[in-house]
Design a protein around this ligand. Structure first.
Ligand SMILES: NC(=O)C1=CN([C@@H]2O[C@H](COP(=O)(O)OP(=O)(O)OC[C@H]3O[C@@H](n4cnc5c(N)ncnc54)[C@H](O)[C@@H]3O)[C@@H](O)[C@H]2O)C=CC1
Ligand SMILES: O=C(O)CCC(=O)C(=O)O
Length: 409
């Protein structure tokens, strides 16, 4: 047996951040037994020490997979982000190591959209303040500053999976929906696209953010944008903490320029439930603060567990990389009776011919071969007879530009 192909009992999975047990069930039923789980994210040094010994890593949004961490990950084959966002992973560093990264792009969209709508209703009715007061023995029975959601304008920033779900639900409640997106999108229902962020801010009673964390979305809501919102409007952020500058928001809430806000994500978030949450928004009764739980429902987490674990199993068992966020996507058939060689390399001219020269020079018959590239890397999968796989794997590892190679059987 080849030294670089492990039997399943030796393949180690580390699942962090309380990933739903549905993931471990999928892995166990696929024959994997070494599954370590932890309810929290690991601090950088601990993560670096652990990752050295792991083949598959599962995380959510709190683990930071930096280039430094990937430096230590000599055995790592793939990362599963059991969430939508992949901004916590240095995808280039992963690619340089030949590590495929997967996520769950749709499983928690509904959960986020439902939370946002619920928050919008509660904020329009002043429930957070009335609730806080009642807990302190007060009684504020008044209609002043309380409004129905019907007829209000919802401004959605980022009209993707979550933004569109929210749009449909909001219209069902009688809202007017406008959205701003860098891409021209087909509006659902009666929603309409506007052409600039400031145009959206100026006309929305509620602004809800649903963009990914990128250089362009960093601090996209700062003092000027808060000032551009309608007096008495509401801001909801369940996207990423780096999208909103907290200080000007806190100031506008204290001055009652804004009616309220609901914030689920923060520039700095505690790593675990035991760490203290610190924010200038603490103590403001017109703000709903939630601990990054937009996607945290039993339904979403169970579905994400299944979805991502299945992707990891497919990649481990037969090399299929469909829906990877940083890898060429290859959907592969089974390979009964053959050994399957997986070769990940820099996408430079000449690698495929160097690979195929190895097969022809050594009289190795190719049963089937698949190639897919993206701008940075190439992924070649070759099925051959078992007898030649040790020799072929050894030679493939020497091809210039090789990032990683392994064999499956
Ligand atoms: N709070 C939570 O628990 C959760 C938060 N999220 C966050 O929500 C984000 C959005 O999720 P999806 O809707 O699934 O993503 P998506 O990728 O389907 O949609 C994002 C949309 O934002 C647009 N966009 C990108 N840059 C923009 C910019 N500079 N200005 C305006 N629009 C821009 C894109 O064109 C796209 O239409 C995720 O990236 C993640 O960070 C996702 C799930 C749960
Ligand atoms: O549930 C999590 O830990 C993260 C949810 C999230 O932000 C995402 O899916 O992008």
């Amino acid at each position: 047996m080849s030294k670089t192909s492990l039997d399943k009992s030796k393949i180690k999975f580390l699942l962090l951040e309380g990933i739903h047990p549905s993931a471990s069930e999928v892995l166990r039923s696929a024959g994997y037994t070494q599954i370590e789980t932890s309810p929290k994210a690991l601090p950088p040094e601990e993560l670096k020490a652990k990752i050295a010994d792991v083949h598959f890593l599962g995380i959510r949004s709190a683990s930071q997979l930096t280039a430094d961490v990937f430096e230590q990950a000599s055995r790592l084959v793939a990362v599963g982000c059991f969430c939508i966002g992949t901004n916590q992973v240095d995808l280039n560093a992963a690619r340089e190591k030949g590590v495929a990264v997967f996520n769950a792009p749709y499983s928690n969209t509904r959960s986020v959209a439902e939370l946002v709508l619920a928050e919008a209703i509660l904020l329009l009715r002043g429930v957070p303040e009335k609730n806080a007061l009642a807990h302190r023995g007060g009684w504020l029975k008044s209609a002043a500053g309380s409004y129905e959601i019907r007829g209000k304008t919802l401004g959605i920033v980022g009209y993707g999976s979550i933004g569109t779900q929210l749009s449909v639900l909001a219209e069902a409640l009688g809202m007017q929906v406008a959205f701003f997106d860098v891409v021209t999108k087909l509006p659902l229902g009666n929603a309409r696209q506007v052409h600039s962020l400031h145009e959206l801010l100026a006309q929305s009673d509620i602004v809800s953010l649903h963009v990914p964390e990128t250089a362009a979305t960093q601090w996209m809501i700062g003092a000027a944008e808060v000032a551009a919102m309608k007096p008495g409007a509401i801001l909801i952020n369940a996207s990423r903490g780096t999208v909103v500058e907290i200080e000007p928001l806190a100031e506008a809430l204290k001055q009652k320029k804004l009616l309220g806000a609901a914030i689920d994500v923060f520039p700095v978030e505690p790593r675990s439930n035991k760490d203290e949450f610190q924010s200038p928004l603490r103590g403001l009764d017109n703000v709903i603060l939630t601990p990054h739980i937009g996607g945290s429902t039993m339904e979403a987490q169970a579905n994400i567990g299944l979805e991502v674990a299945e992707k990891l199993v497919k990649y481990s068992d037969n090399g299929t990389s469909t829906s990877s966020v940083n890898f060429p996507e290859v959907a592969l058939p089974a390979h009964p009776g053959k050994h399957r060689l997986l070769h990940i390399h820099r996408n430079v001219p000449g690698v495929l011919s160097a690979i195929n020269r190895i097969f022809s020079d050594n009289h190795i018959n190719i049963a089937s071969q698949y190639l897919q590239t993206n701008e940075k890397i190439g992924y070649v999968v070759t099925d051959i007879d078992a007898a030649s796989s040790d020799l072929a794997l050894e030679k493939l590892a020497q091809v210039e530009g090789t990032l990683r190679s392994r064999v499956l059987f």
